[in-house]
Design a protein around this ligand. Structure first.
Ligand code: HEM
Length: 385
């Protein structure tokens, strides 16, 4: 039940952290900060431990960190996001459902044959990874290396200060950047029926993006496309197995699937927090955050705030009427561009897994990935019963 978040909301909802950032933990404050369109341009901040780590990570930047839409303010953000949105449409995503169902059934066949499995390596990770890899059209021979580099790159979202980790992140970023550039060159020469080819066609159609910018969006889509959804599918399964009454409800009412995904996203936020930067004095919760401050918006805490959700905020309720108001996808101008895809993958995976194996159960200890931000299970041993 996230006791540390609960204490923060209660005692110090707008906390000034000694490491030089502010923490917003209440729902209303977090939602408002996201809506308000605070800056995401961390380069504005010159001093302090977070700025030092940032500078260290950016020293050899190929553009991948600073040119992705996630790190841009308008007008760049608007230009980058509108181009990607033109190809990443709800219709294109919805059309993927049969293929996603086929993929899921294939993974479940293998789980059934073995009788027991680690859900992370047998379903939760491979599904989103396969889907985004196909959308971008990468070469399967490169997948193992991409998976490893991506896993290293996302450590930049955690509080890391060790030199060797920062070096590894630098190398992973350069590696992914090279993959993206090679891919773009290949798709330019030989367009195919995939998202990246469509993105290049849209780009050539008039919205001018530099090659650096295009590569940065490809890396963002690749990484954001799977490092988060894995937590939804694995964490969602754990939450269901630990709440048998709710699992029974989902089995009896498969039409609850879409709302169940929203509630599972609320219950355990795959991305625990996101960061903003103040440009002007920012008044929130009776305090004023000075300009040029880092602000941590704790989505996972907002999602459990009793003053918004009511006294049962810590309970999993798949039929919660307003579950969709969770902040797991963020809010405002940077609201998750992949939300349709994540919802679809989550719904198809979780409903098919739970309906196919009536005896599904945990088969040992769940271990967690030890991440503070992209928090989720590392291993989920299951048996099909
Ligand atoms: C942005 C969460 C899946 C692509 C975001 C943000 C959050 C988030 C919280 C906003 C960050 C901020 O405001 O600072 C999630 C979760 C997912 C998920 C919890 C799965 C359960 C995906 C997928 C894709 C994707 C599958 C794409 C294939 C993006 C992109 C942005 C974004 C491109 C940047 C949007 C912008 O800056 O305008 N996501 N995401 N996400 N997400 Fe997701």
């Amino acid at each position: 039940p996230y006791p540390a978040y609960s204490r923060l909301r209660e005692a110090d909802p707008v906390q000034e952290h000694p490491l030089g950032f502010w923490i917003l933990s209440r729902y209303e404050d977090a939602a408002e900060a996201l809506r308000a369109g605070l800056s995401v341009d961390e380069g504005r901040i010159r001093t302090g431990p977070l700025a030092e780590v940032r500078d260290r990570l950016r020293s050899q930047d190929q553009g991948t960190l600073t040119l992705s839409m996630l790190d841009r303010d308008p007008p760049d953000h608007t230009r980058l996001r509108s181009l990607v949105s033109r190809v990443f449409t709800p219709r294109r995503i919805a059309a993927l459902e049969p293929e996603i169902a086929r993929l899921v059934d294939g993974y479940l066949d293998e789980i059934e044959e073995a009788g027991r499995a680690d859900l992370v390596t047998s379903l939760a990770f491979p599904l989103p990874f396969a889907v985004i890899s196909r959308m971008l059209g990468t070469d399967p021979a490169e997948h193992a290396a991409i998976r490893d580099m991506s896993g290293t790159l996302v450590r930049a979202l955690e509080p890391v200060f060790e030199e060797e980790v920062l070096d590894a992140i630098d190398r992973a970023r350069a590696g992914l950047d090279a993959v993206a550039r090679e891919l773009i060159a290949r798709k330019r020469a030989e367009p195919a029926d995939d998202l990246l080819s469509a993105l290049i066609a849209a780009e050539e159609d008039g919205d001018v993006l530099s090659d650096d910018e295009l590569a940065a969006q490809v890396v963002l889509l690749y990484v954001a496309g799977h490092e988060t959804t894995v937590n939804l599918i694995a964490g969602g399964t754990v939450a269901l197995l630990r709440n048998p009454g709710q699992l029974a409800l989902l089995r009896a009412h498969p039409e609850l699937g879409a709302n169940a995904v929203e509630e599972l996203l609320r219950y355990d936020s795959p991305v625990q927090q996101t960061r903003r930067v103040t440009v002007e004095p920012y008044a929130v919760g009776g305090r004023v955050i000075p300009p040029d401050s880092f602000v941590s918006v704790v989505l996972a805490s907002a999602n459990r705030d009793e003053s918004f959700w009511g006294p049962d905020a810590d309970r999993l309720r798949l039929d919660r009427p307003d579950a969709r108001r969770h902040l797991s996808f963020g809010g405002g101008p940077h609201f998750c561009l992949g939300a349709h895809l994540a919802r679809l993958e989550g719904r198809v995976a979780l409903t098919r897994l739970t309906s196919r194996f009536p005896g599904l159960a945990l088969d040992g200890e769940v271990t967690w990935n030890g991440r503070i931000n992209l928090r989720g299970p590392a291993t989920v041993p299951i048996t099909t019963g």
